[in-house]
Design a protein around this ligand. Structure first.
Ligand code: FAD
Length: 355
């Protein structure tokens, strides 16, 4: 632990991104206060499929950042075993697993199993494909549990956490932010770190620099199922599914609009039918929850990470996929904030590209 600065940092938002930043900053000796409008992990983090997925179709300006994501989670779970990451690997096939994706995949542990091997990986698959992409090093976590583990880790390093406390505005002296106004009073800060997900546009708008982070809906579904049905994480044309040890089946689906036939419960019924036709032993699926989560996505799709231009004392941090990148971004952004070390991996993510 590097206790040398005592820099006062207010982290706005206790989703997985804010929690990781708080943990890394507190570990470096910052005087961290996390301010959360609701409860810990009550935002989109609560409805995340939470796949630590490092692939992306080319061209990908943050390919180098993604490549570091898995190594950083291994580092982080050695520090915080309660992160409880399931390193099951991910089996991908069908649309989306096209040549561009294969070309963009640089991980050494990726293999291209044929049908017999696929059937061994996922015995319940009724019609395994001829070929697939198996990304052995990938995994997933419970995003809510991981966020609590990160917050507990930050608290163990001296961070304080204020829940049910909304940031309403900023205190500014000569163009420098010196604190935040909250529903519970004012907090002084040397740096205000905005990890407020889809609320970032409104908050930065208060400072005259609205960062274009927009809510992008996606559907998250949970079913009760018999344990052992899905062993890896399966992503194919019909479904994106993984399973927790207690049997809960987790599914992510596209949001199709607000018409009645696209209500999350209707999507969940169709997804259950697709899963039943893909997997033997899935007949007894029982819907637990189906809801829409709002992913924070910038207009160019890249993360937004860095100091807000022309306003001193504000650092912005928002991204999709926020779970996959939480560990690497938590470390790199905390190094920038604490030591002024500029990370080349974060250069494509700077907020000033929008102004
Ligand atoms: C269906 C679905 C599937 C997904 N699958 C994946 C996946 O497989 N892999 C992946 O990496 N990502 C995935 N994501 C995206 C991922 O969940 C998000 O990128 C990530 O959770 C963002 O975390 P966050 O901390 O930035 O945001 P949030 O969790 O929304 O946290 C922001 C917090 O800020 C608080 N806040 C807002 N305004 C204020 C204020 N004024 N004052 C105080 N607090 C405030 C909010 O209450 C909230 O708790 C998925 C999302 C969905 C919906």
């Amino acid at each position: 632990m590097e206790h040398n600065t005592g820099k006062r940092i207010v982290v706005v938002g206790a989703g997985i991104v804010g929690a990781s930043l708080a943990y890394h900053l507190a570990s470096k000796g910052a005087n961290v206060c996390v301010v959360e409008a609701g409860e810990i992990a009550c935002g989109v983090t609560a409805t995340s499929f939470a796949w630590i997925n490092t692939s992306h179709s080319a061209p990908d300006p943050i390919a180098a950042l993604r490549r570091e994501a898995i190594r950083e989670f291994h580092r982080l779970e050695a520090e915080l075993p309660d992160l409880n990451i399931q390193w099951t690997g991910a089996l991908c096939y069908g649309a989306g697993t096209d040549e561009a994706l294969l070309a963009a995949d640089h991980t050494s542990s990726t293999v291209y199993p044929a049908r017999a091997h696929i059937q061994m990986l996922e015995p319940a698959l009724k019609n395994p494909p001829e070929h697939a992409l198996f990304k052995a090093e990938e995994g997933a976590l419970d995003a809510v549990q991981a966020t609590h583990a990160l917050i507990a880790g930050a608290q163990a390093q001296g961070a304080t956490v204020l829940t049910q406390t909304r940031v309403l505005g900023f205190r500014t002296v000569l163009g420098q932010v010196t604190g935040v106004e909250t529903s519970q009073g004012t907090l002084d800060a040397d740096v205000v770190l905005l990890a407020a997900g889809t609320a970032i546009k409104t908050l930065t708008g208060l400072l005259g620099r609205p960062v274009p982070v927009e809510p992008s809906p996606s559907v998250f579904i949970r079913y009760a199922a018999r344990p052992g049905l899905v062993r890896t994480l399966i992503s194919n044309t019909e479904m994106e599914v993984r399973q927790r040890a207690d049997g809960t089946l987790l599914v992510a689906e596209d949001y199709l609009g607000d018409a009645l036939e696209h209500h999350p419960s209707a999507i969940a019924r169709r997804a259950a039918n697709a899963i039943r036709s893909e997997l033997a032993g899935a007949d007894s699926l029982e819907l637990q929850t189906a809801c829409v989560g709002l992913r924070p996505i910038t207009e160019d799709g890249l993360p937004v990470i860095g100091h807000l231009p022309t306003v001193g004392g504000v650092y912005v941090c928002s991204m999709h996929p926020g779970v996959a990148l939480a560990a690497i971004v938590g470390r790199l952004a905390s190094e920038e904030i604490m030591g002024g070390e500029i990370s080349s991996l974060l250069l494509p993510c700077r907020p000033d590209r929008f102004f």
